[in-house]
Ligand binder design. Sequence first.
Ligand code: IDP
Ligand code: MG
Length: 153
Amino acid sequence: MAEQRERTFLMVKPDGVQRGLVGTIIERFEKKGFKLVGLKFVWPSEELLQQHYSDLASRPFFPGLVKYMSSGPVVPMGWEGLNAVKTGRQMLGATNPADSQPGTIRGDLCIQVGRNIIHGSDSVESANKEIALWFTEKEVVGWTPAAENWVYE
Ligand code: IDP
Ligand code: MG
């Protein structure tokens, strides 16, 4: 089913890595039933982050955002599943953790917008662009989880 193959791009930000939240964050998406299709651990360059956040280049917080995001290693990931983009954003919570509901990742695990521990694509189009920016084709893995028929009817 094509709609079960929708992909989103998620990334544990440097504060999430430094605070030891990588496992906790991955666990939420695994438990939900989404399928991991790409994962790496990298210290990103400012150039890559400027590209990743090019839509925000004119915003006053942009230089600080690039500095924060390039201050240490991050964990870029591809996740696949039905409504992966929209549900992924719901699982992240609002951009500003002060507005994120309890039960969401940002609502439970962080406090300030400038240290909000995780990125998630805002549309299928940006997801595809972001996956292509952070991963080579070979690094995105197609596979069938043993539990797939217990996650989808
Ligand atoms: P999103 O991450 O929820 O999609 P965007 O508006 O795309 O939110 O902003 C990208 C990132 O830029 C946010 O996750 C946050 O880290 C940072 N950011 C957004 N607004 C502010 C701000 O007002 N001050 C500082 N950082 C911000
Ligand atoms: Mg965004």
